[in-house]
Design a protein. Sequence first.
Length: 202
Amino acid sequence: MGLDWKSLAVGAACGGMVAIFWRQAMSRRVPARGSPRQAAPVNSSRVLAKGKVAVIIGSGSGIGRAAALRYVSYGMKVMLADIDTADAASVRDECIAAGAGEADVLVQQCDCRLEADVRAAQVAAFKAFGKVHLLMNNAAIQSNNRCGPYEHADRWRTILETNLWGVFLGGLAFVPHMIEQAEPAVVVNTGSKQGITVCRSM
């Protein structure tokens, strides 16, 4: 039996409405290609807590030092991993003066550019504390305008090995073990604003 024009019109209208509703529903669930996406929230409340363990790679000064002092204020145990152990030892003294136990703050020599050093830090951290709940890849250097755009390849290599490769090596050494321990854990990769913006002079 054939359909008259009214039935066809109603069917087409219903089909169009379904398509519109489906498209709207999918657009709410799947952002358009290239559009900003809301990152998954990070719940650090069960990580920044007494008895938890933090490893800071790049802890001898600046942000790493400030983070160490904040972590021990929460009652956390901290490994201070740094290429300059004298600086890290100075931060350790500050942490102990702030109330941390001597056995709860360790210094580990670590050149983040060297996989062997980073893996040695991982082994030492788990041996001393059993677990790691927070990894902070914080080691970084800058050129201080000593790298030309088409010269000083050795300086560029050192910067990239520290600021980029060092972060990768930190994750490579620690994250599989942090997942395996099956407890809440966080990785913090410190970055510079210059990594996501370009000043007008560049």
